[in-house]
Design a protein around this ligand. Sequence first.
Ligand SMILES: [Zn+2]
Length: 308
Amino acid sequence: MRYRTLTIAAVIGIAVQTNTQAQERALPVREIASGVFVHEGRIELASSDNDGAIANIGFIIGTTAVAVIDTGGSVREGRQLLAAIRARTSVPIRYVINTHGHPDHMFGNAAFVADGVTFVGHHRLPQAMATRGPLYLDSFQRSMGDALLNDVRIVPPTRLVDGSLALELGERTVIVKAWPVAHSDSDVTVFDRTSQILFAGDLVFIRHIPVLDGSIKNWLDSLDDLVALPARRVVPGHGPVSDWPAALADQRRYLGTLATDIRRDVKGGRPIREAAEQAATTERQRWELFEDYNTRNATAAYSQFEWE
Ligand SMILES: [Zn+2]
C-alpha cells in the first residue's frame, strides 16, 4: 500500500519532495537494547543551530510494526529520524506516539504522516495541541526562523489513551500509559516489556532541570507510581539514558525542594517574585539550564499552592 502511494505520488509530480526526504541524512541513534533505538537530544534550548533537536526521541522495532516515540523539534529532525529507521528495517512504521505536546517532541510529526501510520497520545493531547500548537509555531518561527519551521504541521493523535493501551509490534508489546496532569496536562509513558526500557517523556528529566508546565503536586505524587513500573532502564525526555529507578533521585529532590520552599513562602505571604527568585537555589549547581527554567517553575508552583 505504501509503495503504491509512493508510485502514484511520483507520477503526479510529488517526486521532488519524496527525494528530498530520502536524501535527508540519518539521525545518529544508539541501539540501547535489541530493537530499541534512541537519539539523545542536546541539553540546550531549541535554536536554529540545533534544529530543535533537544529532546530524546527513538523507535522500537517489532517483527510486524515499528513504533516511533516522539518526532523531534522540526520536520527536518523528523525526516532524519525516518531515515535512521529506514536504514535499519523495512518493517512498516505503524505507530507514532507523542509523549506530550511540547514542540521539541512533536514538531517532527509531519515527516511521518502516511497511509497506515496511527498517531497515538494522551486523551487530552488533541485539545492541548489545538490550544497551544499555533502559539508554539508562531513563537518558535520567530526565534528559530521560518526556513526551519515552515513545514511544521500540528498533527494530533487519533488513537487516544485514557488509562493504558497495549500496542502489538510483533513478538513485542509496548504499553502506553496516560498520566494525570504532571509535567504537562497530557503526558504518556511508553514501556517496552521485552527490553524493560521505559520511555518516560518529560515525566523524567536527568541533568536538564525539570520543567513544570502541569502540576507540581501531581508530578511529585506520580513519582511513586513511576518507580513502581518494572523498568530496568529509562529514556528520560531530556538527559542521558540511565538505570531505573536510581535516575529519578535528583528530580525527586529538586521538585521536593521547590515545593517545600514555595509552600513555605505562600504561607508566609512572601510576594511571588521574591519567592520565585529564591526558591530551590540550593539546586542551582546541580542542573543544566537552571537559570532558564527555575524561576518559571517556581512561579508556576506558587500559583498552584496559592489555591491549596
Ligand atoms: Zn515537555
